[in-house]
Design a protein around this ligand. Structure first.
Ligand SMILES: C[S@@+](CC[C@H](N)C(=O)[O-])C[C@H]1O[C@@H](n2cnc3c(N)ncnc32)[C@H](O)[C@@H]1O
Length: 511
């Protein structure tokens, strides 16, 4: 980019570009392309979209889509008409396009992908534009090793899972095009966004300026925690380069996905070291992959990382792939087709996994919190293969609060507490045809993790009577007398189930 951040005219150029992009919104793009072309683009097929814009290039929106979303060359006059305030010279100065000549018919093409992004989170809606590198769908070329990724599925998953509460300092580690930092700038006083890639930071800087967040976000170049050593953050968010890649192979080391370490070592290091930059009470949320090895299943492995972190820790595994599926996924991701040409690469991935006895690779969300005081007490490692997926930011907050409540209530305190059944819980009874007594009673959670808990008669009775105004101990005593069972035995039977129902949000404390 020639108009770099120190160029005094840059602010004005970016402001003019904002004016020109006003109508370049997600809704407008969807409407112009239509659902069929949109769906095809989702499958990385651009032909229907190319046909949809081809006859309409005199319309500013179609010209912007053609150049910046589809990577097509268009005659200069058509793009110039779409950016009347900015002009083509300024677009080139900002590093967004390159021109073959200065005649109105000379072709112009994009140097970056630039597209609208719309989101709604607990802070409300936001409409932004994001620049990143052109994808292989646009260029028809394999990705370069320093490719800067646009917003992908993992970016959206992390943004959705991030806690959105007003906070002080946030670190976005591995910012890429800057998407997580932009989200964080809506609820943080200050955001530090780091990346090892100079190109990523250039593009992120443009995105923060375009979306009027550059006053809150500070970009820093460097690896992992090195750019922030000695500092403290109230919140850390990271979609790190977690992809497990064989090190002794022809596999390209894509910066956006590969941190250059063996196996899942990058994620382990992050988990074990992030406490050094977390302020007391601070929460870090990462996406990651982890290995399950012969003799060390994924839960043992990840639990040992949590132990070493010295932090409260909660890991939710969402996906599990065997070594071959995993290798195929990431070979395809880099634009290569499986088949004879990729055999060497495929085999090297399998060899790499075999060398560590890897039986499968998990994917999910890691949440870590530095206790405000005292020792860490939260250690949850769980799997959610079905249901609504990784927790939303609000669910993360609620779960941490419930864990704190449980940790602060020993059995005596729990017996004295009052609980009420959550509003989204329903009861299902399954009967054999004609039978009076149910064969199974299920408690089903409508929201949250959508849990379904099989409950016996006593637990069902307990939950049904939990209206928030009777202490747990008295309720259990009343049930024991109704069911004609020993009260001590019923207490022993129910208390751990009740704890689990509180932990999962089916029962809510009223204090
Ligand atoms: C998967 S991308 C995430 C981009 C963006 N945060 C998102 O959510 O879409 C990972 C980013 O980490 C960066 N990265 C790679 N190795 C790194 C390292 N050692 N330290 C910091 N960042 C690194 C890459 O350049 C890339 O921008």
């Amino acid at each position: 980019m020639t108009a770099d951040v120190t160029d005094p005219r840059r602010g004005e150029l970016v402001e003019r570009l904002r004016t020109d992009l006003t109508g370049f919104t997600v809704d407008a793009v969807n409407e112009l392309l239509g659902p069929v072309a949109q769906a095809a683009l989702g499958r990385e097929q651009s032909l229907p979209a190319r046909l949809a814009v081809a006859r309409r290039l005199d319309e500013p929106l179609a010209a912007l889509i053609a150049v910046f979303v589809l990577g097509l060359e268009v005659p200069a006059r058509q793009l110039a008409a779409a950016v009347p305030s900015t002009g083509l010279d300024a677009l080139a100065e900002l590093g967004l396009v390159t021109r073959a000549g200065h005649d109105s018919g000379d072709p112009v093409r994009a140097l970056v992908d630039l597209r609208p992004y719309a989101t709604v989170d607990s802070l409300g809606p936001a409409d932004w534009w994001l620049a990143s590198d052109l994808s292989e769908v646009s260029t028809g070329q394999p990705l370069s090793e320093d490719h800067v990724l646009g917003v992908g599925g993992a970016s959206l998953t992390l943004a959705r899972s991030t806690i959105r509460r007003p906070t002080g300092r946030v670190l976005d580690l591995g910012t890429g095009c800057g998407i997580q930092a932009l989200h964080a700038a809506r609820h943080a006083k200050h955001v530090v966004a780091t990346d090892i890639s100079a190109r990523a930071l250039h593009l992120a800087q443009l995105n923060w300026e375009l979306n009027q967040a550059s006053g809150t976000i500070e970009g820093r170049r460097g690896s992992l925690l090195e750019p922030v050593t000695g500092e403290f953050f109230d919140q850390v968010v990271s979609n790190p380069p977690f992809v497990i890649t064989p090190r002794s192979t022809p596999a390209a080391a894509f910066e956006y996905r590969d941190g250059g370490l063996v196996g899942d070592d990058l994620v382990r290091r992050l988990v074990e070291s992030i406490g050094s930059v977390l302020a007391p009470g601070g929460v870090a949320q990462f996406l990651g992959n982890w290995e399950g090895r012969r003799g060390e299943g994924w839960t043992d492995r990840v639990t040992s990382w949590l132990e070493a972190s010295g932090l409260d820790g909660w890991v939710v595994q969402r996906e599990w792939q065997d070594p071959a599926e995993y290798a195929e996924t990431w070979i395809r991701d880099s634009g290569q087709h499986l088949g004879k040409d990729a055999d060497e690469l495929y085999a090297s991935w399998l060899d790499d996994f075999a060398s560590r006895g890897v039986e499968g690779v998990g994917f999910g969300l890691i949440t870590l919190r530095r206790p405000v005081s005292g020792e860490p007490r939260l250690r949850v490692v769980e799997e959610r293969r079905s249901g609504p997926g990784l927790p939303w930011g609000d669910e993360v907050i609620a779960t941490l609060e419930r864990q704190d409540w449980l940790a602060g209530h020993d059995d005596d305190a729990l017996l004295a507490a009052m609980l009420k059944v959550a509003a989204d819980v329903t009861e299902e009874r399954h009967h054999l045809p004609g039978a009076e007594d149910p064969t199974a009673i299920l408690l089903r959670q409508g929201g949250g993790a959508g849990r379904v808990v099989q409950a016996g008669t006593a637990l069902t009775g307990f939950v049904g009577a939990s209206s928030g105004d009777i202490p747990v101990g008295r309720l259990i005593a009343a049930l024991a007398s109704l069911l004609e069972v020993d009260v001590q035995a019923l207490r022993a039977e129910l208390l751990s189930d009740v704890r689990n129902l509180v932990r999962d949000g089916l029962l809510e404390p009223t204090d």
